[in-house]
Design a protein around this ligand. Structure first.
Ligand code: DC
Length: 224
């Protein structure tokens, strides 16, 4: 079967601020696999669309931007990124996240991004994090994790991340934005945020990122 010869994938889906990025990056490092942080694709698209003053509903122009995407491995890491991406600080702010969440609800955008994400399935394996990695993009992944945490814990983590990048925000405001974005990601008709059938639902509230990585790594070792 063709599927058998494809490199293995571990998917880590979940709401914003659940720790997917940190956990996926460390897991990819530990396994010496590639890492796709799919939220950055949506954030990049939002950033480009804003820069070029596109209309948030102009699917044709958005798909034109997607058609021009070229990927490479980020310097000194296992993360696959878009050639010409700006520094993460630019994509990390809440305005980019908001744009991303709106564009992510467009079916044409999601389907145009599918081949880009499939192209990331490179040997020896891929850790993919996002919202629909296990449900839509890599339904044949060998291990699917749905990482959650309480809204309060997620807002606090987001605040620390922003502070570390020299960006600021209020905890109340972040909590509210996270709740609104969660709601939009869950409610959209195409690829809504939900756990994949067979996914392992892992609540990271009160766990360190290393403890979460250790659990996932053990589950992978036990099943492979
Ligand atoms: O994970 P993140 O906060 O960087 O994601 C930014 C936005 O992109 C978020 O609103 C959800 C959306 N997204 C998505 O719809 N599907 C993905 N696979 C990844 C992100």
């Amino acid at each position: 079967m063709i599927q058998e010869s494809l490199p293995p994938v571990i998917t880590i889906d979940g709401p914003g601020g659940a720790g997917k990025g940190t956990v996926s990056s460390r897991l990819a490092e530990r396994l010496s696999w590639n890492w796709l942080e799919s939220g950055r694709l949506y954030r990049w698209l939002g950033w480009r669309a804003a820069r070029e003053h596109l209309d948030a509903g102009d699917e044709e122009a958005l798909c034109g931007l997607i058609a021009g995407i070229q990927l490479r491995c980020a310097a000194g890491s296992r993360r696959l990124e878009i050639v010409g991406s700006p520094a993460f600080e630019v994509l990390a702010d809440e305005a980019a996240a908001d744009w991303a969440s709106r564009l992510a609800a467009l079916p044409a955008v999601r389907s145009a991004l599918l081949p880009v994400q499939h192209a990331c399935r490179l040997p020896p394996g891929l850790v993919a994090d996002g919202r629909d990695m296990g449900t839509v993009v890599f339904p044949d992944a060998r291990l699917k994790v749905f990482l959650t945490a309480s809204v309060e814990a997620r807002a606090l983590r987001r605040l620390k991340q922003l502070n570390a990048l020299g960006l600021y925000g209020s905890l109340n405001h972040l909590t509210q934005e996270i709740e609104e974005r969660d709601e939009r990601d869950r409610r959209r008709s195409v690829s809504p945020l939900r756990s994949a059938p067979g996914a392992w639902i892992l609540d990271s509230t009160g766990l360190t990122a290393d403890a979460v990585v250790q659990r996932i790594w053990e589950a992978w070792q036990a099943g492979s």
